[in-house]
Design a protein around this ligand. Structure first.
Ligand code: GRF
Length: 187
């Protein structure tokens, strides 16, 4: 079967991108990655992509008068590079229903909670404040509702009494690095 073209979208650190690249290097995922896209030029993950010989593109939403123009630019790039699948790996811009409906393939997102609990920002902190005994991460298809699409894969971890937001986030992140490549390979 022809290998799929996967575009990874990031906004920051890029540790999930790095996890995907490592799994690809050892053959656990089979895909082409024609480009990594960031909406921020200072995203650390851009360097990770470049160190792995992957093309990087920065499309800054601030350079566009409207969200639709910003999204049209990204959609043009996905067409130009024949992208089959988009992975949102810490991409901090919400894609509108226009984008989701126009892009022909699946869009995956990784979220640091057991969805449908704690969608949106600061999920780990909110899980702690709520007194949840379990946390985790979820990879799901992106639909028109934020953090609410069908779940592809999910991983559960216990919350310990002495967890801080940082310790919990780090333990979840470790699992994200396993879950996201697995989910991508499934799709
Ligand atoms: C991760 O916690 C992910 O679940 C969330 O944003 C963070 C991205 O981290 N959507 P990184 O940039 O992959 O290191």
């Amino acid at each position: 079967m022809k290998m799929k073209n996967v575009a990874v979208f990031i906004s920051g650190r890029g540790s999930n991108l790095e996890a995907i690249l490592k799994k690809r290097d050892i053959g656990a995922i089979r895909c082409n990655i024609p480009f990594v896209l960031s909406n921020r030029h200072d995203a650390k993950g851009l360097q990770i992509a470049q160190d792995n010989g992957i093309k990087t593109l920065v499309v800054n939403h601030r350079d566009f008068a409207t969200r639709q123009e910003f999204e049209e630019k990204i959609l043009d790039l996905t067409k130009q590079y024949s992208i089959d699948i988009i992975v949102l790996a810490g991409f901090m811009k919400i894609l509108s229903s226009y984008f989701v409906d126009t892009f022909a393939g699946p869009i995956l997102n990784i979220h640091p909670s057991l969805l449908p609990s704690f969608p949106g920002l600061h999920s780990q902190k909110r899980a702690l404040e709520y007194g949840s005994k379990f946390a985790g991460c979820t990879v799901h298809f992106v639909t028109n509702n934020v953090d609410a699409g069908p779940i592809i894969a999910q991983e559960i971890i216990p919350i310990f009494d002495d967890d801080s937001e940082e310790s919990l986030s780090l333990r979840i992140l470790d699992r994200e690095h396993i879950l996201l490549p697995e989910a991508l390979q499934i799709v």
